[in-house]
Design a binder for this molecule. Structure first.
Ligand code: SAH
Length: 391
């Protein structure tokens, strides 16, 4: 089959030659005759084939490559099923025991740009964030069926942007029934409400970092700021924490955190607090042994970075201030546009303002089921530091 060609300007093919999967509009010499979401062949100015990708003239990223190839290819259902099979094998190989929730497809990290699939027990919650993904939806469903999933729920609302013109509505694509599941992660039970929850319902990307927390929580008084439904809270209790304050601005998720705590630990000292963390961190002055800061992405575009930096600095300064000497700060940023170096600089200046001794113990990232394509560093969005705070 012949796919329409997108020709790159001469000198603008370097990043695709380096297997970076994005083509920006400024690099295009000749546009393909193709509608949004269609697969096109990407070629150099000298007509050398470099690969194939989802075209979308309405997007800042005009083409997202799905395959780097020097020979002509066809993209039928089996092609997509094979990608899904590979992703599934990888998860089965590395998934920790007593865990039935994980990310099965992580966009560019699984060579499927704009497609996210999170598994909660028997359900796949799918996010299709690019037009190309919408056009191959039936193939994706067939691939998921092939590896054994019969219940598939689409959850695009709340997903960052609809800039690509994806027109899918939330709801069951296959199967039906309740839109929540009781899952297990590292032996800890959680209710995940994927129908009403944020994103696909749960923040699977913090699984390993939560486990690290549980290893150092014995007898600790813990503050979990931006707690959502209590991911870190439950791991702190699993590690023997004396008490945890879970703080989130949304009263619904704070209730969810309390329910999750009781599901696992009926008798522990848990305080579920509905509050703005900026105010909570500033106003209160009790001291903790461990403070966790896992806010939502403060910046989504390069333009928003400066403002976001002020927000990160503010919560980190107050987080450090609220620790007793010898206390630990677990601090995260999931803004893709704030890179690791910048995040560390922000935390550095927060520490300096707090006027305390601060040492870095761990530098954290995202787990194996959120793989980072080495040619696409933008895919490494989660950054974390574990700090020990002295006098
Ligand atoms: N750590 C969590 C995920 C946190 S997601 C986990 O492991 O599951 C970020 C959370 O921050 C969301 O629940 C959101 O409701 C909350 N949030 C956003 N802005 C906030 C604010 N200003 N104060 C308190 N919580 C906020």
């Amino acid at each position: 089959m012949n796919y329409p060609s997108l020709i790159l300007k001469s000198g603008r093919d370097r990043s695709v030659l380096n297997r970076h999967p994005w083509v920006f509009s400024g690099a295009v010499k000749t546009h393909p005759k193709a509608g949004p979401g269609k697969i096109v062949a990407v070629r150099t100015n000298n007509d050398v084939l470099l690969g194939y990708g989802f075209y979308n003239p309405n997007s800042r990223i005009i083409c997202r490559l799905v395959e780097f190839a020097t020979k002509e290819r066809e993209f039928k259902q089996e092609y997509w099923t094979e990608k899904i099979r590979w992703a599934w094998k990888l998860r089965r190989r590395f998934l920790p025991p007593e865990t039935n929730c994980y990310r099965l497809l992580h966009g560019e990290g699984d060579f499927l740009p704009g497609v996210i699939a999170d598994v909660y027990d028997d359900v796949v919650v799918l996010q299709v964030l690019v037009k190309g993904g919408e056009l191959i939806l039936d193939d994706l469903l067939a691939g998921l069926h092939e590896i054994g999933f019969e219940k598939i729920y689409l959850k695009n609302k709340d997903a960052a942007e609809r800039f690509e013109g994806v027109e899918l509505e939330n709801g069951w694509l296959r199967g039906e029934g309740e839109t929540s599941r009781r899952v297990i992660e590292n032996g800890i039970r959680f209710n995940v409400d994927f129908g009403r929850g944020q994103k696909t319902g749960f923040f699977l990307d913090q699984r390993e970092n939560r486990r690290l927390l549980s290893q150092v929580s014995k007898d600790a008084r813990v503050l979990n700021a931006f707690s959502y439904t209590g991911g870190f809270t439950l791991y702190a209790f699993a590690g023997g924490a004396a008490s945890v304050d879970s703080v989130d601005v949304s009263s619904g998720v704070v209730r969810g955190a309390e329910q999750n705590v009781r599901l696992n630990f009926p008798d522990v000292e848990h305080n579920a607090i509905t509050a703005d963390c900026f105010e909570f961190l500033r106003a209160e002055d009790g001291l903790y042994d461990i403070v966790l800061l896992d806010p939502p992405a403060f910046a989504r575009t390069p333009k928003a970075v400066q403002r976001a930096a002020r927000g990160y600095k503010d919560i980190n300064m107050h987080g450090i201030r609220r620790l007793r000497p010898g206390g630990l700060l677990f601090t995260f940023s999931c803004s893709g546009v704030v890179d690791r170096d910048l995040f560390r600089k922000i935390v550095f200046s927060a520490a300096a303002d707090a006027g305390r001794d601060v040492r870095i113990l761990h530098q954290l990232s995202q787990p194996f089921d959120h793989p980072v394509n080495i040619y696409h560093p933008e895919g490494e969005y989660l950054k974390g530091l574990v700090l020990i705070v002295g006098a």
